[in-house]
Design a protein around this ligand. Structure first.
Ligand SMILES: NC(=O)c1ccc[n+]([C@@H]2O[C@H](COP(=O)([O-])OP(=O)(O)OC[C@H]3O[C@@H](n4cnc5c(N)ncnc54)[C@H](OP(=O)(O)O)[C@@H]3O)[C@@H](O)[C@H]2O)c1
Length: 243
């Protein structure tokens, strides 16, 4: 029960890694509030998490909407002990076919949105609070057709260091998670289902990770078990980037 009496806010908590984390936080006593765009999956996710879970429908790339989200969180929770900024989109585009619109969409959802989702949450954080950001192994592996995604996720990894150092004196830890292949709806949503088998084959463990395996790493980083860890990047990839 590492999160007993803790208020946990999860951006992108209605699917995949975020939803698995929400369920685990709840199991360990956390009061969970999830945020996502899709009202149907948000509702279904709340039912899976438990009766006291809360949900807000919002788009992380809509900066004006972020103020509305945190006003509601202030009313509903009063403070945030764990902020997990996990929202993200995928998508493979060869560099030569990249458009400004596609580039901007990726940056707005996967980098600009997460930065301001942290900045605007600060008034609700306090000494002992913890922030976890979701990056990707794409931030240090050169994968084809991945320029915009990898650049955004490298930015996220950097934010864990730079926001981390700005907040260390306030007693707030900031870390990031870099998942490798985790079996979530992301692959299908990004039109990359064809990668499933080749990625499984090159992974040393010969499989995709389960979302709960990523969630356990998130809970570790967010918990007091990681009390002397900040600015760190925890890779959960079945050994893909190590061997
Ligand atoms: N699965 C992997 O193999 C893998 C590997 C490396 C990194 N990651 C990262 O892990 C994170 C979670 O991904 P996942 O695999 O769990 O995928 P997922 O199941 O597709 O979940 C993505 C989550 O992000 C939310 N989201 C997307 N765009 C949003 C927006 N504009 N505003 C608010 N929420 C938004 C989604 O909510 P809606 O459905 O409501 O839009 C959903 O809850 C992402 O940051 C992803 O880049 C995943």
């Amino acid at each position: 029960m590492r999160f007993k009496d803790k208020q946990v806010v999860i951006w992108g908590g209605n699917s995949g890694i975020g939803l698995a984390s929400a369920i685990e936080f709840r199991k360990e006593g956390g009061r969970v509030l999830i945020i996502g765009r899709n009202p149907d999956t948000l509702k279904a996710a709340l039912q899976k998490i438990g009766p006291d879970a809360l949900g807000i429908c919002a788009d992380i790339s809509d900066l004006a909407g972020l103020d509305r989200v945190y006003e509601q969180i202030k009313r509903d929770l009063g403070r945030i002990d764990v902020l997990f900024v996990n929202s993200g989109i995928g998508g493979a585009i060869p560099m030569r076919q990249m458009t400004v619109a596609k580039w901007d969409e990726m940056m707005n959802v996967n980098l600009r949105g997460p930065f301001f989702a942290v900045q605007k949450a600060l008034p609700l954080l306090r000494r002992g609070s913890s922030i976890v950001l979701t990056s990707s192994i794409g931030h240090f592996r050169g994968l084809p057709d991945n320029t915009h995604y990898a650049a955004a996720k490298a930015g996220i990894r950097s934010l864990a260091r730079t926001i981390g150092v700005e907040l260390v004196g306030e007693g707030i830890r900031v870390n990031c998670l870099s998942p490798g292949p985790i079996d979530t709806p992301l692959l299908g949503r990004s039109g990359m289902e064809a990668l499933r088998e080749p990625v499984r084959e090159i992974n040393p463990m010969k499989r995709w990770g389960d979302p709960v395996e990523a969630a356990r790493a998130v809970l570790f980083l967010a918990s007091d078990d990681a009390s002397f860890i900040t600015g760190f990047d925890l890779v959960v990839d079945g050994g893909m980037c190590s061997f």
